[in-house]
Design a protein around this ligand. Structure first.
Ligand code: NAD
Length: 414
C-alpha cells in the first residue's frame, strides 16, 4: 500500500516538475513511534502487542489520523495511511497534517477490559508526542467512540483536561454532532458533484456498494434519500441485490441485528465480491483497501467509482479504469468528510463551544463542494485525472507550507 501511495504521489510530482529534494522532504515521515504494550490476561499470562504512530507531516497544522486495532497493523501500513492523511487534509483544506497508527492486536479475541488496558498503555507511552497541538488521533478500523473516550481520559490524567486530544468521541463527551455520518455524507456529496460533470443527479443512477459499516451504511442511506437506487451491497460475509432498489432502512436494521447484509430477505443473495463488478452506474468501494486490482478492473461495469474506503484501487487497476474512461473520485477527496468533521470537533473542543447539527452539515457541504471544485479545476487545467489532480492540489498546499517553514530555497514554483 505504501508503494501505491508513493506512486500516486510521484505521478503528481511529475506533473509539478518537483525536484528529488522536494519529493524527499514531502515523503519522509516526520516521526515514527513504535511501542511495546504488555497486558496480563485473565489467567495471568502476559501478551505483547506492538503499537505504532507514524507522524508524516505537520507543515499545515497538528497531525491527524486514525488509530486501527488489527493484526495487520505494521509500520509500512501506518506510514502509507499517514501519507494519505497529509494529502487528504490538504485537499479539503483543513489546518492539519497527516498521521496514522494503531496496535497489532485482534480485538475479536479480547475482552473490553483488555482493550481498555491496551489503549491506556498506548496513551501512556505516546503522551509526549500526541496532543491537541501535536497529533490528534481518531477512530479507524475496530476503534470507536468508546476507545476515544478512554484516550481522552488517560491523556487528561497526565496533561489536564484535554478533549481536543482525540476526535470521534461520544457526543455526550465533547464529540461533535454529525461526526458519525460525516464520511458517508461526504461520499454522497462527492458523488453528486461527479454526476454534475455529466449533467446528471443522484436520482438518475443505480449504485452498488461494497461495505455496509459506518461509511457504506450512511452513504447508502443518503444516496437512497437523494433518489438514487442502491441495487447491490456486499460485505465480508456476502451480499444482496435488488434491481428495483434495496430498502436501505430495512437493510440497515437487518445488518445491525445480524452484523452482515448477507441473508437480507429484501433481495437476491450474491457473493460479497460480486458487487465490485455489478451492473450499476456507480460503484462505491467502502470496505477495505486493494479490492480493485488488475484482475477485476476490466470487469467493473460502473462508469463512476467513488472511493469511500482508503486505498481500494491499486495503481494497476487505476490505470485500467482510466484507460476505459471510468471516472474515479479518489479517496483523498471522496472520503474526506470524516476528517473535515473531526476538524470541526477539534475546533469546538479548543473553543469550548458546541455547534448545532445544521451548522456542521452546512460547513461540511461547503468544504466538500469547494474541495471537489478545486480538484476538478486542476484536472481541467492540467488535463489529468481526478486522483492525480487531488495529489497535485495537496502537494502544492503542503509543499508551499513545508518549504516556507524550512526556509528551503527551491526554484520550482509550486
Ligand atoms: P467499518 O468497520 O464500520 O465497516 C467496514 C465494512 O466493510 C463492513 O461492512 C465489513 O463487513 C466490510 N468488509 C470488511 N472486510 C471486507 C472484505 N474483505 N470484503 C468485503 N467487505 C468487507 O469501517 P468504516 O468506518 O465504514 O470504514 C470503511 C473504509 O472507509 C475503511 O477503508 C476506512 O479506512 C475508510 N474510511 C473511514 C472513515 C470513517 O469516518 N469511518 C473515514 C475515511 C475513510
Amino acid at each position: 500500500m505504501l508503494d501505491a501511495s508513493h506512486r500516486y504521489f510521484h505521478a503528481a510530482a511529475d506533473v509539478l516538475g518537483l525536484s528529488t529534494k522536494v519529493r524527499e522532504i514531502l515523503l519522509s515521515p516526520f516521526r515514527v513511534v513504535k511501542v511495546d504494550l504488555v497486558i496480563e490476561d485473565d489467567e495471568g499470562k502476559l501478551h505483547h502487542n506492538t503499537g505504532y504512530r507514524v507522524q508524516h507531516n505537520a507543515a499545515r497544522g497538528p497531525m491527524k489520523g486514525g488509530l486501527r486495532y488489527h493484526p495487520t497493523v505494521d509500520e509500512d501500513h501506518a506510514t502509507a495511511l499517514a501519507n494519505l492523511m497529509t494529502w487528504k487534509t490538504a485537499v479539503v483544506d483543513v489546518p492539519f497534517g497527516g498521521a496514522k497508527g494503531g496496535i497489532d492486536c485482534d480485538p475479536e479475541t479480547m475482552t473490553r477490559a483488555e482493550l481498555d488496558a491496551l489503549t491506556r498503555q498506548f496513551v501512556a507511552q505516546t503522551k509526549d508526542v500526541i496532543g491537541p497541538t501535536l497529533d490528534v488521533p481518531a477512530p479507524d478500523v475496530n476503534t470507536n467512540a468508546d476507545v476515544m473516550a478512554w484516550i481522552m481520559d488517560e491523556y487528561s490524567k497526565y496533561q489536564g483536561f484535554s478533549p481536543a486530544v482525540v476526535t470521534g468521541k461520544p457526543e455526550h463527551l465533547f464529540g461533535s454532532a454529525g461526526r458519525e455520518e460525516a464520511t458517508g455524507l461526504g461520499v454522497t456529496i462527492a458523488l453528486r458533484e461527479a454526476l454534475a460533470l455529466e449533467q446528471k443527479t443522484i436520482a438518475d443512477v443505480t449504485v452498488a456498494l461494497q461495505g455496509f459499516g459506518n461509511v457504506g451504511r450512511h452513504a447508502a442511506r443518503l444516496i437512497a434519500e437523494s433518489g438514487g437506487r442502491v441495487v447491490a451491497v456486499g460485505d465480508h460475509l456476502g451480499g444482496v441485490a435488488n434491481a428495483e432498489g434495496l430498502d436501505v432502512a430495512q437493510l440497515s436494521g437487518w445488518a445491525l441485528e445480524h452484523r452482515t447484509v448477507a441473508g437480507f430477505p429484501g433481495g437476491d443473495p450474491i457473493e460479497g465480491s460480486e458487487v465490485l463488478t455489478w451492473g450499476a452506474d456507480v460503484l462505491v468501494p467502502a470496505a477495505i483497501e486493494d479490492v480493485l486490482t488488475e484482475d477485476n478492473a476490466r470487469d467493473v461495469r460502473a462508469r463512476i467509482v467513488v472511493e469511500g474506503a482508503n486505498g481500494p484501487t491499486t495503481p494497476a487497476a487505476d490505470a485500467i479504469l482510466r484507460e476505459r474512461g471510468v471516472l474515479v473520485v479518489p479517496d483523498i477527496l471522496a472520503n474526506a468528510g470524516g476528517v473535515t468533521v473531526s476538524y470541526f470537533e477539534w475546533a469546538q473542543n479548543v473553543q469550548q463551544f458546541r455547534w448545532e447539527l445544521e451548522r456542521v452539515h452546512a460547513e461540511l457541504e461547503k468544504a466538500m463542494t469547494r474541495a471537489f471544485a478545486s480538484v476538478r479545476d486542476v484536472a481541467r487545467e492540467k488535463s489529468i485525472d481526478l486522483r492525480t489532480a487531488a495529489f497535485v492540489l495537496a502537494i502544492r498546499r503542503v509543499g508551499k507550507a513545508a518549504l516556507a517553514r524550512r526556509n528551503v530555497r527551491e526554484k520550482i514554483a509550486l
